[in-house]
Design a protein around this ligand. Structure first.
Ligand code: FMN
Length: 323
């Protein structure tokens, strides 16, 4: 399937694996890219720019296809060595960067100077337009359904995508809540040039996470995610569990006086314990409503083939029959 996104990134299928903390390691990115999509390494999971350089090199040993690096600009005080991570990306020869969190404006000169294509992930039309205006090559439009940070506008993709299509000139992919062929077709119909998936890619054989995480997703329904940290304006959609129930109880009690320190135990530094050790109840981890549509743990190749071939069939048969 050819779209503006496959042309822009030099990939076979318009399917991107979004950056994911403690999931977007070399194995994940290589598996997605080898299957014809775009695999993305998550920079901040690496403790330092040197470690990112090693992770990119490790990924290169597993694939010769295009790969990307995710740069997440964190809210608040945290200030990782972004220039260092960008330098490691450039020196690693990576030509695609997914930015998220805040506007990448201040880093655009160095990224564009290195001939890097920038896809900015954002949750609103106004931020998408800003991305277009500062020279991003594409946008990943992340609807309210998404795992991770849906922003504060709560606009689902059925509205957000066609609104983005009304306003944007650069290509965009639909992100959030997507996991199957019907949804790829719907995304294309709504004006997107492809899809970005997070949660769906965690439940694959190659995802470098504990089996408990994959099984938690398969066993969850679309009712099993919760929104936390709303009063901090850092809303996150996570899988419900004991720790999340605790967070919500504290949030209810504290109301608008909630501080991050009140829930630090359940949200700070918990990813390695969950993703690597499979201790599922130790804290909150991002997960999308699409869990309700995830019933198996295929390889990335099987998953992407199923989505792309299925989309082809829907377009040629079901949709053509209505024309
Ligand atoms: C476990 C997990 C960790 C994530 N970590 C990041 C991250 O570090 N940076 C980022 O930009 N997005 C992150 N995301 C968001 C994904 O890149 C993607 O936008 C989102 O998962 C799309 O929604 P979906 O899960 O419904 O497919 C994460 C998502 C999940 C599920």
């Amino acid at each position: 399937m050819k779209t503006r996104i496959t042309e822009l990134f030099g990939i076979e299928h318009p399917v991107i694996q979004g950056g994911m903390h403690y999931v977007g390691l070399a194995e994940m990115a290589a598996a997605v890219s080898n299957a014809g999509g775009l695999g993305i390494i998550t920079a901040l999971t690496q403790p330092s720019p040197d470690d990112l350089a090693k992770e990119i090199a490790r990924c290169r040993e597993m694939t010769d296809k295009p790969i990307g690096v995710n740069l997440t600009f964190l809210p608040g005080f945290a200030s990782p060595d972004y220039p260092g991570y960008i330098q490691a990306t450039i020196e690693g020869g990576v030509k695609i960067v997914e930015t998220a969190g805040r506007s990448p404006e201040s880093f655009m000169p160095v990224l564009k100077g290195a001939d890097i294509k920038v896809i900015h992930k954002c949750t609103s039309v106004r931020h998408s337009l800003k991305a277009e205006n500062i020279g991003c090559d594409a946008v990943s439009v992340d609807g309210f359904e998404c795992g991770g940070h849906p922003g504060e506008d709560d606009i689902p993709n059925m509205i957000l995508l066609p609104r983005a299509a009304e306003e944007l000139s650069i290509p965009f992919v639909a992100s959030g809540g997507i996991g199957n062929a019907q949804q790829l077709v719907a995304a294309l119909a709504l004006g997107a040039d492809g899809i970005n998936m997070g949660t769906r890619f965690i439940a694959t054989t190659e995802a470098p996470v504990h089996q408990n995480v994959k099984e938690a997703i398969v066993n969850a329904s679309e009712l099993d995610t919760r929104l936390i940290m709303r009063s901090l304006r850092n809303t996150e959609r996570v899988m419900n569990n004991v720790a999340v129930e605790k967070i919500m109880a504290v949030e209810k009690e504290k109301g608008d006086s909630l501080g991050i320190e009140d829930i630090a135990e359940q949200v700070g530094g918990v990813y390695p314990k969950i993703m690597q050790e499979g201790t599922m109840d130790v804290g909150a981890w991002s997960c999308g409503m699409v869990a309700g549509l995830i019933h198996d743990i295929p390889t990335c190749q099987e998953l992407i083939d199923r989505i792309v071939d299925g989309a082809d069939e829907i377009i040629k048969e079901r949709l053509a029959s209505f024309a």
